[in-house]
Design a protein around this ligand. Sequence first.
Ligand SMILES: [Zn+2]
Ligand SMILES: [Zn+2]
Length: 327
Amino acid sequence: MDIISLPPCSRQHLHHHHSDNLTMNVCTGNGLLSDQQTSTTALATFLATSPIKTDQEILENSMLEDDPNGNTETSKPNASPRWGPQHKGAQELANLYSPGKRAQEIICVSSCIALMVVNFVFILKHFHLERLSIAFFAAFCGIITADFGSGMVHWAADTWGSVELPVLGKNFLRPFREHHIDPTSITRHDFIETNGDNFMVAIPILGVLFYNFLTKTPENIQQDFGWISYLFLCSIFVAMTNQIHKWSHTYCALPKWVLFLQNCHIILPRRHHRIHHVAPHETYFCITTGWLNWPLEKLRFWSSMEVAIELITGCKPRDDDLKWAKK
Ligand SMILES: [Zn+2]
Ligand SMILES: [Zn+2]
């Protein structure tokens, strides 16, 4: 049974599609399962009995996506405002978004889009059908790499450092802190604010690709076509990560094709990402496809790294995050 309430628009959507399967994904936190509708009952029982977060934990320790954010029509007027735009810390963080930061984002978004287009043209120009399977496999690996990268960066930014750090804090850690105490603020950010930083990360990868196309012979490009596909798809998914993340917080009026990609778990599904938003935000950091979240949690990947870093440096994980949450 599904005890987490969904806003009306998504509930309706859930009804039209394989609802049983989606419900089980929530219980287990394993969105990958949606591809394997025929998976055995034994496996399902095992996964259901070892959930990453129970429904109760999600309900008690995360913000309902239909909080009073103007995101959906339903709201809970009497709910205690632990999260949301009225939170003092969230307001303070939102006010730290500066014109200089905005300029950096505009430059990054425009140059990244230009690089994507020229690289795509080069790829089309050099594409041969016999390279299709290698390109496909390489692209798949590129997407996995992007998902892992999103997890590493997100984990590092959420867990360590502080908004007070010079340059880095105000410009690159601030959005992570704001996002935890007002998760749906991202749905009110425009394209530039949402994507500026991720497009910036993709620029060096696309730059290397572009340089290769300019300097290598056609024969060498054919030889390296696997690498090229890998880097291209990796950079596209790195660039798109926060847009995908924004969609995972949007509960109304999502385009049908986005819903389709979410339901097929080709991009981060909404209910999968809710597991990260359960305080204290210590798991499910991957936000591109989310494919690696379940295996990394089962391997205790993040918690082991935190234990090691705390031992070495004495820094406590999520100290700054907790400080902002308490404002
Ligand atoms: Zn986070
Ligand atoms: Zn989020």
